[in-house]
Design a protein around this ligand. Sequence first.
Ligand SMILES: Cc1ncc(COP(=O)(O)O)c(C=O)c1O
Length: 797
Amino acid sequence: MKSLEKLFAMAPEFTIPPMVTNFFTSTLNTNEKRAMVIAAVALIFAWFAAILYRNVVTSLARSYVPFMARLLAPILRSYSYDEEEFFKADGADLSTQKKRKAGFRKLASSFNRKYVKSREAMGKGLSDLRFTNTNRVPFPFQKIVQDTLKVGSLVVSTNGPEVQDVDGNWAIDLSGSYGVNVAGNEMYKKWMGNGCHKTADLGPVLGPLHPVVIENVKMLQEITGLDEVSFHMSGTEAVMCAIRLARFNRKRRKIVQFNGAYHGWWDGVQPGPGNERSVPDVITLKDMNPLSLATIRARGAELAAVIVNPFQAFHPNSPPPSDLVLMSNKARKTDAGISALNHPYAVWLRKLREACDENDVPLIFDEVYSGFRLSRGGGAAYFGVKPDMIVYGKTLGGGMPVGVVCGKEKLMRRFDPLHPLRVAYVIGTFSAHPSVMGSMNEFLQWVTTPESQKIYEDGQRSFDEFAASTNEALALAGMPLKITNLATVFTFEFTCPSRYHWMFQYYLRDQGVNLAWVGTGRCIVSLDFTKEHYKKLQDRIMAAAKRMAADGFWSAEIVSSNARQAARMAKELAFHSAIMPFKSFYDKVMEQKEIDHHASHSHLINQFLHFISSSIFIWCYVEVMVSKTGDWSWPVELGLISLLVRQAGHYVFEPPCHDAEQAMLGFDTRAKVKICLLYGGVFSAFLGRWMARQSGYETAVRLTDVWLLATLLIVFGRVAVLWRRYSFAVSMHWWLKFMTDPFTDLPAYWRSCYQVFSPRLLKDAFAKSFPKWFPNHVPIPIEDLGNGWGVDHAKAH
Ligand SMILES: Cc1ncc(COP(=O)(O)O)c(C=O)c1O
């Protein structure tokens, strides 16, 4: 205690509370001390309990989809059905398969007729197109669909909601230009033209602003009720800006987002499917789950913001059900047709707002998709909830590329008044580009008129009528699908399980309906659809559905339940992911052996020497395995001799062709020279030991140990080099090939054992290695050296 007092005395500027000094200097009585210890323990316990509660609640509210997606992505193996499997993926009988085949062929020939120019012109080179074309259908079907059902994607003009491709085909457009087209193509054409015209005198000047920018800011302030606006080039960029500013101004890192919600392609908001990077500063919680609210409350102090995509109202906890995942009727759980303010999602958003308010956590609405789509005031007005920041994009540009962030002043600040070096450098060359601002101005002027309000209301009413009458017609015809919608966005919901729902997009296309690449999962109508358009669309939907049913792709009796179908798919996936990798590993090793043969093992004498050396090696392996004494010196020495025999074959008769190895294997074995030098060194040591013995000296070191060590070092050194330079798999292919070469050499080169006794073949072999000694030799024509290893020389001539 004395030393403690001394310590306290050394820090006179701190006044230590007498309770503490008393505690240590024992002026407190025992009961007081006990009370203090109990209080401290209780405090520590409460602290631990709070941490435990926070972690338990987060684990229960967290969505494990991102984690599982990252875990499974490298494990699950892709595979393709062949022609036969393609039509019986659900175990269909022969007659159904035939019907399907015929239907599929008919579709293919129709596509071939329709998309001649489009297909030819597209060629290759556009990676976006390669991605979307591949990901239209579930992967086992992709190859055949890609080879057969070639969809043309080159379009040249629009007329209202109809779009014309380069081949002159017109189709009703349900793609909605990824959500940009709210008001109708003709309006955007006008706004884009007017917008450019309005700002034409300014040209490309950036930095100083055109006055339309100020008008736009004012209109956006009015619409959102928020203080400041910032302009960007895309929705993704605007989301990045909003999150960065929230982090900067809240001085916190963690963001909460909800499972299934799309916020653009920035990997900072894609913690799951589509992104291989783990994103530790994003917590993905379950949508519409009370535990998520509890998590926000428990972690409020750590959170920079909560970001919501109001379109999740349509299918909470899952992304838009693209045709890629369409296998069962479970993939389409939607929450449709409920009026906005009573929508369960509106209730959820209100609770979310409360949880955020209680903890001073900013709530960001990502309205890139829902903005000006769900209503004029976007999701915020539709669900009656006011966020702290709103991100816009798509339609707000009036047809031009745009991203916009609106927010409260304290959240939009990009500098710290107290710390001049703390700056959030968020700024882009093309933000507030005059032409974009011009067309945005046109759009905003239209959207704030009373007429546009009426257009929104009428458009919604017409769509609701269309959806109701189409569903009635589909039900009457006994078709296993229906339409569900949120505002003017809809999805086809399938009512029976089938492995072939994704085929519906192709039937629709063939009937003249244009879809986005996610296919029937997300369709959009614009507000310029007239009664005639809806009638046409309904007829085409009915025709497509009837054709698909007649072609046997919805044979309900085949797959009776989602569970049976899931079990079937799980079996396939397990086979391809767990069994096939071994087979492909084996194939790869055998392929390397074959390549190695062609690169440097096609010479008769070299093959013969390999046969001898491999036989000795096998004997050595056996000897090592059965050895009871553990003394491996004899097999190891023999191994060295056999290796020298082997390498002599290469050095004297057939040097390895490194260029061929490089070309065929992707790597060469040039290092073999160094390796052999090392072996030569060990061999010299053997000689040295023998000579020393002859002179009456005994060496202390067991040379076999040195040699074995050198071998292990070299082999595993090579494994390490291949692993570092290429991949673990390549290093293992090489290692397994190396270890098993003696076994595969025997069946491959056994013929050489008698062929070396043929004077003609022998002469030919020598002539090949030493052409100078045989100037007039005519080589035996070996036609089929490429027929794999173990070439039969006798047969070849
Ligand atoms: C809600 C949402 N946020 C962000 C984005 C990304 O926008 P962009 O494609 O313009 O980068 C999208 C795009 O679909 C979206 O729907």
